[in-house]
Design a protein around this ligand. Sequence first.
Ligand SMILES: [Ca+2]
Ligand SMILES: [Ca+2]
Length: 283
Amino acid sequence: MLWCFTECKISVTIIRWIVMKSCTMNAVFFFGIAVFCRVFGTQTENENLALNKEASQSSTYEIGEASKAVDGMKNNNDYHAGSCSHTDHQYNAWWKVDLDQMYLITRIDITNREDCCGERLKGAVVRVGKEMTITHNRMCGAALTLNQVYPNPVTVDCGGWTGRFVSVQLEGYNTSLTLCEVEVYGHKDTENPSISCPADVNKTANVETPSVAVHWPLPNATDNSGDVSISGSNHPGSNFTVGTTVVSYEASDPSGNNASCSFIVRVKGTVLIKFIYKSDLRD
Ligand SMILES: [Ca+2]
Ligand SMILES: [Ca+2]
């Protein structure tokens, strides 16, 4: 055993720990708690990404500021202990947290109030996405049923959707939204999409129509996030003039990871030869 330094990347902060490390086993012990992590690796799935992040809500009732749902304390048996968010009684009450960065979100644990009124969470819709306007983001499953809001925590499966904003909203209900804690788990997406382009295309044009429309199938692109967009330098069906053109495509995922591919469009020219018969000649 040796005393040495190891760094573990946690969210956007690199915390330098003095640890007792077995340099042969790459096992790290921190104050007696065994933690295994890769040096400069990504954060673990056990990190609550929402903890102390910026939260907001549609309105605030008494001491129930939005930040109380991400303060790391639950106290779900006593709202007056001051660890739960609480909106006014209103239609479509909402709460959201800004995670600062995009993450692949696997699950969200919601701690519901248990000293009273827990049934108010029935019908809550959880959304994840990149948009500040929460209704533009994807729903994680269906609205919560009465059976789901007990017992704590209420676990919502987000299926790995990518997002920066996580929201809870009582869509279509006229009541208060109270959340004693919202924990968000997932990880950054560091994986590039994959994309494959079609084969090169060869076409022929002639002197009377020096450009020709060229068609090709769109590239296949996939990503671990299940969400990939494609952009290209040219569109299928575009006119190409005689010569060689490199057509390139780029695939992007919501976290900004990219991949590209290309293929070549070759257009050959032909000479139009007209035969003039002797009988057609005139003096
Ligand atoms: Ca709390
Ligand atoms: Ca990706």
